[in-house]
Write a protein that binds this ligand. Sequence first.
Ligand SMILES: [Zn+2]
Ligand SMILES: [Zn+2]
Ligand SMILES: [Zn+2]
Length: 137
Amino acid sequence: MRTTLGGVDPGRNRRNREALLEAGRSIGHAFSARELHAAARHDRPRIGLTTAYRAIERWRDEGLVEDAGTRAGEAVFVMCGADGHHHHLVCVDCGAVSTLEGCALVSLRRAAESVGFEISDRALQSLPGRCARCAAA
Ligand SMILES: [Zn+2]
Ligand SMILES: [Zn+2]
Ligand SMILES: [Zn+2]
């Protein structure tokens, strides 16, 4: 019989990560670490906020999530499986995400080049905006 009392359950971290991944995929909009944590707690009530932060760090390294700017002063992230060069529009109010195929910054890049600058595209991968619903509200 296996017991986890007083020891480390080797499956626990994996199950926590799976719960976080599931939560991230089901949220359906750009999320902060706190929102991811709250969503994952439906399944895993004892999951820690630090675990959520660490999971996001790891997913960023693995290319599973991208920075999506900030909402209400908090860094938010988007789960992204899009191939090829693309940008996201991220609603600063509700976190709704739209994906723009290709580069949305061609004219900006040209304008920058004309004054001797190179745009760091990565920093502008997600562009802040307001979705139609929030703009109408
Ligand atoms: Zn993306
Ligand atoms: Zn919105
Ligand atoms: Zn681009």
